[in-house]
Write a protein that binds this ligand. Sequence first.
Ligand SMILES: Nc1ncnc2c1ncn2[C@@H]1O[C@H](COP(=O)(O)OP(=O)(O)OP(=O)(O)O)[C@@H](O)[C@H]1O
Length: 301
Amino acid sequence: MTEPALKVEHLTKDFGHGRGIFDVNFEIKPGEVFGFLGPNGAGKTTTIRHIMGFTKPGQGSASVLGMDCTTQYSEIMKHVGYLPGEIALPEGVSGWEFIRSMQKMRGVKDDRYLNSLLEMFDLDPQGNTKRMSLGTKRKLAVVTAFLADPEILILDEPTSGLDPAMQDKFIQFMVSEKRRNKTILLSSHIFPEVEATCDRIAIIKDGKIVSQVDANKLQHKEQKTFELFFANRKDLESASLGIGGRMGDHSLTVQVDSQDLSTFFNFQLRDRNVIRLVEHKFNLEKYFLDFYRTDKVFKTL
Ligand SMILES: Nc1ncnc2c1ncn2[C@@H]1O[C@H](COP(=O)(O)OP(=O)(O)OP(=O)(O)O)[C@@H](O)[C@H]1O
């Protein structure tokens, strides 16, 4: 069995008053893109800060490439590119000066990968960081975080605060890094970027992981949801009695297993005066909101 690129085991940090992270467990395989999804305050940054070795766990551990994040973080940093949620760049230096100092620190000897990043993000690093726009600062943070072409990327809400064009660029960057077999941990609360990039997704709620799903299975979920509209109220009521489902004021919503579709259309809907049918496609956002609206317990898909 291949060793996980990143492993979090029973990670716990209790800040009191129910805040913190509690018994967080997950593994990311080499080359896998793992989405860490949760709203503000759910515990994403706290988990990432442990992986980066910035803070010590109350209980449990985190490791990267088999190395412990608390004791071996300087070795781990050679393999990791980290983009924090809130960026802080040194002031009073030019973009180029900052890039060169990061190259030196990371022992990067040639500019090939740097140039491809500058081109991809359309960044001209002239000028002082103090006078850069927020967008330019973000681009500079991205370029300096990844110029050593690290094999593992840890991204804490990387697109928040970016304009839509930059968000797209960043998604393209993640997709191209994925193709290059990078391992990526992406913390986010933005569904389209998680859906576009991730192989597996963990949902965190109140400091606990409540679900881990395989993105593929989520997209090809076996159960379909249909909303049926009828010619009149009588037909709606009779269909509800005959088929079941959830009856609304004007429609009936039913869930059907893929294997039963033909029976459903050929027999259950026969002579029922359906005048319109809408399929409600399942997506990550619905799945996620389900966990946040209800008190569902842990689930794997
Ligand atoms: N150093 C700290 N001391 C006390 N409480 C903290 C500390 N750091 C985080 N918390 C609390 O722990 C919880 C998890 O915070 P965390 O920043 O990890 O969430 P998050 O999912 O990253 O959300 P965000 O998107 O807002 O960054 C929050 O309730 C937060 O207020």
